[in-house]
Design a protein around this ligand. Structure first.
Ligand code: FAD
Length: 508
């Protein structure tokens, strides 16, 4: 049993299948240097592909899985190296009859799995790879649409219908797992700690308040769903993006990302509540609707070649984004001079999680709202730092927020000043994540550059010295962005044969 995501015992069809009818079972996880090797040159702690918060979350999830397996009479066998090579070596060494792993639609895993499956098939080893990371099999939905992924949420819902497994109760308990067989010459490790992997635990002054693992996932879900009225009334995008001690949404995303929580079990638990209450919200705004957004992006991503790029991506508008490294660095390092934007970026660095609308604000600011920097650059920063970093969902949302695909109302720009103020007029969120501004009076907390020098002095924060001046003026930058988007849209339409050159000239 090869674990990658799906780090759980409940509703794990690959593990159940593997546990049935065999004398011994090897539950394997491979520490992949691609994600885990510390990168000292990176702009913040972590590897080149994963921030330290996500690595910690993963290690906690592995330790939890290991304890659960031990309770069931087994353990997690941790190996290190390039996963394809390591798994093939294990298959050669252990005389394996069947290899089980959860199906994965991400390009990295698709390529890896092809290699391993080819080896297995040539060696006469059976493979079993069920779809259980998502509610639906993206390939089925795409097939029902004549081979193309649905590109709107509503058409996705229509095509997807009800999940095939909905009528039967999911299996959420496993009574035992066969004992581990002889591991031969393969070097097996315990789940490593961050320090053992070469990370310095003290590099961070504030650690993400989310514990990894299936146990924490199930507790978190139970707590969220315990409040049935809250579940029934859940309506996105209502909810306060600045609430951080008690976030306005479930924060189940990192658990769903690593499969510590089964999305199908979450779905079934939500349906149980909806049956129990008189009235509840519906997709796209309900909690169930959020989970369906996840499947929507998985399906769009699986069916779109080059989904993670602008070039060669047929659903992505071609926009002449800038590659201004200085503006990108200011955004990434929380130095734009807009406290609302910078506080969100600090939350990303410190916690690896922010509310959905907070993500909207910083993604819009970087791309079509103010800085006009390429969405792929922002995507890379999120991909590395989010604890819920998810290839399909992250790329899908960056395409959306930059008005490159799915959503095209580029005139609707989030103000980096007034948007946050609506929810948090006192600026408590900013004061927490940007303590340099903690004594700034509330009148200036969203626009500190406007504070008179006497007030800046009293607040012990001189703008331009202790906290930056704004990198752009929002009024003029956002106008400029709208104009550039209008031009780019016109060129895209002309490329599609819908606008002539005269129309184009009138837009300039
Ligand atoms: P809830 O509101 O409690 O929703 C429950 C679950 O529904 C989430 O855990 C998530 O799995 C799913 N969900 C909610 N919103 C979305 C959405 N817009 N798209 C797809 N699925 C959704 N989410 C990720 O999981 N990984 C990412 O890498 C990621 N990158 C994002 C990048 C940008 C630019 C933006 C704007 C959003 C991104 N999101 C991503 C989507 C969304 O912000 C998070 O899923 C959500 O904030 C997670 O918090 P939650 O679990 O409390 O969500």
């Amino acid at each position: 049993m090869w674990f990658r995501k799906g780090l759980r015992i409940h509703d794990n069809p690959a593990l159940e299948h593997a546990s049935r009818a065999c004398g011994s079972l090897y539950p394997v996880f491979v520490i992949d240097p691609r994600y885990m090797e510390p990168d000292r040159a990176a702009f913040s702690p972590g590897s080149s592909r994963a921030g330290v918060n996500r690595i910690r979350f993963l290690l906690e999830s592995l330790a939890d899985l290991d304890s659960s397996l031990k309770r069931l009479g087994s353990r997690l066998l941790v190996l290190k190296g390039e996963p394809g090579e390591v798994v093939i070596r294990c298959l050669q060494e252990w005389n394996v009859g069947k290899l089980c792993f959860e199906h994965d639609t991400e390009p990295y895993y698709q390529a890896l799995d092809r290699r391993v499956k080819n080896f297995a098939s040539a060696a006469g080893i059976e493979t079993f790879s069920p779809v259980s990371h998502t509610l639906f099999d993206p390939a089925d939905v795409i097939a029902r649409n004549g081979g193309k992924p649905p590109l709107s949420y509503q058409s996705f819902l229509k095509l997807a219908g009800k999940p095939s497994w909905e009528a039967s109760r999911l299996s959420t308990a496993l009574s035992s797992v066969p004992p581990v067989g002889d591991v031969g010459r393969c070097e097996i490790f315990e789940v490593p700690t961050l320090i053992e992997l070469g990370y310095n635990e003290t590099e961070q002054d504030e650690v993400a308040p989310f514990q990894g693992g299936e146990t924490a996932a199930l507790m978190r879900m139970k707590e969220a769903l315990g409040n049935k009225a809250w579940v029934a009334d859940f309506e996105k995008p209502k909810g306060d993006p600045s609430a951080f001690y008690k976030p306005a949404t479930t924060v189940l995303s990192p658990y769903l990302k690593f499969g510590c929580l089964s999305s199908r079990y979450f779905y079934q638990s939500l349906q149980d509540i909806y049956k129990d209450v008189k009235k509840h919200t519906s997709p796209p705004v309900s909690l169930l609707g959020q989970l369906l957004w996840r499947d929507f992006f998985y399906t769009a991503a699986f069916g779109t070649p080059n989904f993670d790029k602008m070039k060669g991506n047929r659903i992505c508008k071609q926009i002449p984004w800038s590659d201004d490294e200085q503006l990108l660095a200011a955004w990434r390092e929380a130095k734009t001079g807009y406290p609302w934007i910078d506080a969100i970026m600090v939350q990303l660095h410190k916690w690896g999680w922010m509310h959905h609308l907070a993500r909207h604000c910083v993604a819009c600011f970087l791309t079509r709202g103010d800085l006009f920097v390429h969405w792929e650059k922002g995507r890379d920063v999120f991909e590395r730092l989010l604890i819920d970093s998810d290839w399909a969902v992250n790329n899908g949302n960056w395409l959306w927020l930059s008005c490159s695909s799915f959503f095209y109302q580029y005139n609707r720009i989030y103000s980096p000043i007034t948007f946050g103020k609506k929810y948090d007029p006192n600026g408590n969120y900013i004061r927490h994540f940007l303590p340099v501004l903690k004594d700034m009076p509330k009148e200036y907390i969203y626009e500190p550059w406007k504070a008179p020098m006497s007030i800046q002095t009293k607040a012990k924060c001189i703008i331009g010295r202790d906290y930056p001046n704004p990198v752009v003026s929002h009024d003029s930058a956002s106008k400029d962005c709208r104009r550039k988007l209008a031009e780019a849209y016109a060129v895209n339409q002309r490329l599609n044969g819908m606008v002539n050159d005269e129309d184009l000239k009138s837009l300039r």
